[in-house]
Every structure is written in structure tokens, then in C-alpha cells.
Design a protein around this ligand. Sequence first.
Ligand SMILES: Cc1ncc(COP(=O)(O)O)c(C=O)c1O
Length: 361
Amino acid sequence: MSWPSWLPLRDALRPLSAYGAPQVPAQASLNTNENPYSPSASLQKAITEAVSLVAADLNRYPDRDATKLRTQLAGYINELSDTKFSAENIWAANGSNEIIQSIFLAFAKGPVLGFTPSYSMHPLIAKTTGAQWIDGKRNSDFSLNTQDAVAEIIKNKPTLTFITTPNNPTGGAVTIDSIQTLADAAKTVGGLLVVDEAYAEFSQEISAVTLIANNPHVIVIRTMSKAFAFAGARVGYLVSDQAVKDAMMIVRLPYHLSALTQAAAQVAIDHRAELLGGVSTLIAARESIITQLHQLGLSTVPSSANFVLFSGFKQDAPQLWSALLEKGVLIRDVGLSGYLRVTIGNDAENQLFISALKELI
Ligand SMILES: Cc1ncc(COP(=O)(O)O)c(C=O)c1O
């Protein structure tokens, strides 16, 4: 991008372009790992009622600490992981991207290490916040090599080490034993281990939230955008020791989470059984898509998430991506040569994806 010379844009930002998957209309939108199931009519009504109550007070700022929402999120995590968190262990923001940014603002005083390919916003937010990012490597099958990762932590002494489990865009999960090993290494160098668990509800692995009580330098990032089917509302959160949460309150913007967002999210958490009801269906659909991709002669990377990275097609990835879009199927070219990523959709979307692919490969 060429910027006008009068614009005093920071040097580190000049080579960058705005992040974003193409937002184009398609019959099957399988590109951003959203949940395909929209809220039921009764949930829509409950949200509308809660929002209309709040509307009467929109002249006032919202609860800037979002205490009720954080208490509910603590309850949800305790239910899943048999932990004993309270609102003091939770921070909530406009999507987990804002949580990631706040972590950088608060803690990235030294180098930050991540293991690519992984969630591209981690290095991008490092750049936009002026942090030094170090690209650690993965095995050639994209799994995380715990011993190599420990060696990178010891060598680079990062203030922050990011891992994503299940990993986006590759899909594999890291075991709790490996996460503990990485946490031990991070502790040795005086750093924090940040575990991005955006897709945790789709995985069988034990959550890293269970490590926090004995490892206060472990931070876990979660979101309501994926399993919770609530991406449009923009709610992400972290689970951590209280000291980490207190630091988040220093870097947050005042009243960052609107009263409308808080009200809608509170209702969504109350209806979690319904919203999370789609998870088992999506896991079954993921397994079926993997089988069908194999029947087409394609290869897949093992996935514990709501998407699958696949390869083995004859075209290059951008060509196949465009050809699928012409047939109404929008998936994601994640910039890995020879690979494309498809999000698991509803039955009709999944069928359209497979039938379009059959005609193209
Ligand atoms: C690994 C990971 N973390 C965080 C996010 C951000 O999610 P949100 O800001 O919607 O909570 C995503 C979104 O795709 C993701 O894949």
C-alpha cells in the first residue's frame, strides 16, 4: 500500500494492509469459522427484550467492569472444567481479538513468541502495538513440537509465549501435559504463557484453565464467537489469575463493552444449553467431511475444531478457492501453499461444498 507522504503513519505500519477474510456473498459461507446455526426464535425474543430494557438507559454509560457478565462467564467455565473461578478471574471485551490486544498493551515489554502457522492476528497485533514478534516453528505435519518449543522459549526468553489449541488454521490440539511443560519453561524465563482456546468446546482435550490455580503465569483466551454461535455480538474473554485481570483493567478503554453487548451476552449465557447444542452436530459433520474429502483422494490435517485444513488438489490454492466461489462456496485461502481451510457448516452448506469440490478436482 502506498500511503500519502503527509500522513505521519508509524513506520512499522507502512508495509501492512488491513486484516480480513473476503466478506463476499455466497450460498455457503465457510470461511471464518463461524457457527452456522442462528439463534432460535425464542432466544431472539429474549435478547430483544433484554436489549429493549437497556435501551431505556442508553443515556448512561454501561457497567464498565461488566461484573454480571464476568460472573456468568466464570460460572460457565467452572461448569465445564470443575474450577473455582469468580469474576475476579475473568476479563471480557469486544471479541477475543480485543483481549489479545490488551494482553500486548499490558505485557509485551520483551519479545513475544508464537509458533506459525497459527492465528495470524497474534503477529499482526504484535506489529500494530510495536512489540517484537518471534516466529517459532512447528513440525512439518503442523503439530507443535513441545521440546523444540521449550528450546525456543529458553533461547528467546519471551515475555509472552502464544499457543493456540486447537490451532487455527491447522486444527490440531495440544495436550494438557504439553501445555504444562510449556508453562514451566515460560515460568523459568519470567514470562507468561497465553493459551488461545477460541475453539476449545470442539475439542476433547482438557482446558488450560485447569492449570491457572497452580500456574498464575498462564492466561487462557476464550470467545463466544465459535461454539457459542454469537460472533455478531462480539464477546471474548480471558481466564486468569486476578493479577492479570487487574492489569487488563489498566489498559482497557473506559466503558469499552456496550450496555447492549452486555445485555445480549447475559441472555446468551443463560441460554447456553441451546447455543452450545450445535457443537456435537458440528463435530459429527466434521468427521463426515473428513471422510468425504479422503474419498475424493484429498488429505486432511487432524482437526479438533470446527474447520478442516485439506490438501492434495491439482490446482494451486488460490485457483481452487476462486473456482469454488464461482460455484457459491466461500472457503479460506490461509496463505499456506497447497492447502485450503473449510469451516464446517450446516448440512446444505457441507453438501454444496463437497459436490462443488467433486466437480473441480
Ligand atoms: C484462534 C483465534 N483466536 C481468536 C479469534 C478471534 O475471535 P473473536 O474476536 O471473534 O472472539 C479467532 C477468530 O477466528 C481465532 O481463530
